[in-house]
Design a binder for this molecule. Structure first.
Ligand code: ATP
Length: 255
C-alpha cells in the first residue's frame, strides 16, 4: 500500500539475547503488537500518557530502534534493514536541534546542501519555507536570538526543506507554554497540509493531537487502543481509557 504501514510492531528494551526465545518476560515491552497506517498526505497523531510507548514507536519507524516483532513498510517496501538516512524520513524533536552557529537561512538550508540545487534555488526554497512558518525575513537572524516558538518554527522549516516522504514529530511543541502550543499546533497543521506532507506526530496533549491530526491513535501501556478522527474519538470512544485520555472525564489528559 502507499504510505506507512505498521503491522504488529513490537519494541522491547533490555531483553538479553536468547531470553525472548526462552519465553521469560525479561525487559520492558514498550510497544506491543501495534498496527497502524498513515496514508499519503495524512497527519496521524499518537496520543497517550508518559511511558505508553509513543516515542518508541516513532523511533522504530525512523529506524532508530529495532523491532522485536512485526514489520514496518513504506509505499510497499519493507523497511527492516533500511538504515535511518536511507528511509527519506524527516525528524523533529522537542528542542535543541538547531545549529547554534548557523544563521536561520543556513539552518533551514542544511538538508538541501546535498541536493543538486544552485545557491539561488536553495535561497528561494528557504525563503518560501520561512514564509510558510511565519518567519519571512528571518534569514540572517542568529538562531540564538530567537524565542522558543520561533526556534521550533525554524526547526519545522528545516525538517520540511528536503521534502521528506514522511515527517516524524516527537513532542515538537512540549517545551512551549500552553497558549503558544495551541496556536502553533494549528500553524504546524497548516504547514503540513499546504506542503502535502505525510506525518506522524507524537504528543501527550489531546488538544494538540486534535488540532494537528486527521486521525488520532490513542496508546496505553504499549497498546494502541483506538485510531479515529478527533470528532469520532469524542463521540464514539472505544473504551473508558480513551475517554480519560481525551480529558472528557477524570484528569488523565496532559500527563
Ligand atoms: N532506551 C530504553 N531502555 C529501556 N527502557 C526504555 C528505553 N526507552 C524507553 N524505555 C521504556 O519504554 C517505555 C516506553 O517509553 P517511551 O519513551 O516510548 O514512552 P512515551 O510514551 O514516548 O513517553 P514520554 O511521553 O514520557 O516520552 C517506558 O516504560 C520507558 O521507560
Amino acid at each position: 500500500m502507499a504510505g506507512l504501514e505498521i503491522r504488529d510492531a513490537t519494541v522491547r528494551y533490555g531483553v538479553p539475547t536468547g531470553s525472548a526465545r526462552s519465553g521469560r518476560s525479561a525487559g520492558v515491552t514498550a510497544v506491543d503488537r501495534v498496527s497502524l497506517t498513515v496514508a499519503p498526505g495524512e497527519v496521524v497523531a499518537l496520543l497517550g500518557p508518559s511511558g505508553c510507548g509513543k516515542s518508541s514507536l516513532l523511533r522504530a519507524v525512523a529506524g532508530l530502534e529495532p523491532l522485536a516483532g512485526g514489520s514496518i513498510g513504506y509505499d510497499g517496501e519493507e523497511l527492516a534493514g533500511v538504515p535511518v538516512h536511507k528511509r527519506r524520513f524527516g525528524l523533529m524533536f522537542q528542542e535543541g536541534q538547531l545549529f547554534p552557529h548557523r544563521d536561520v537561512r543556513r539552518n533551514v538550508g542544511y538538508g538541501l546542501e546535498t541536493q543538486e540545487l544552485s545557491r539561488a534555488e536553495r535561497d528561494t526554497r528557504v525563503s518560501a519555507l520561512l514564509d510558510l512558518v511565519g518567519l519571512a525575513g528571518y534569514e540572517r537572524r542568529s538562531v540564538l536570538t530567537l524565542s522558543g516558538g520561533e526556534q521550533q518554527r525554524v526547526a519545522l522549516a528545516r525538517a520540511l526543506a528536503p521534502r521528506p516522504r514522511l515527517l516524524l514529530l516527537d513532542e515538537p511543541l512540549s517545551a512551549l507554554d500552553r497558549q503558544l502550543r495551541e496556536r502553533l499546533a494549528g500553524e504546524v497543521r497548516a504547514a503540513l497540509v499546504e506542503t502535502g506532507t505525510t506525518a506522524m506526530f507524537v504528543t501527550h496533549d489531546h488538544t494538540e493531537a486534535s488540532a494537528v491530526a486527521d486521525r488520532v491513535g490513542v496508546m496505553d501501556r504499549g497498546r494502541l487502543l483506538q485510531v479515529a478522527a478527533p470528532d469520532e474519538l469524542r463521540t464514539a470512544p472505544a473504551s473508558d481509557r480513551v475517554t480519560e485520555f481525551l480529558g472528557l472525564r477524570g484528569s488523565q489528559s496532559g500527563v
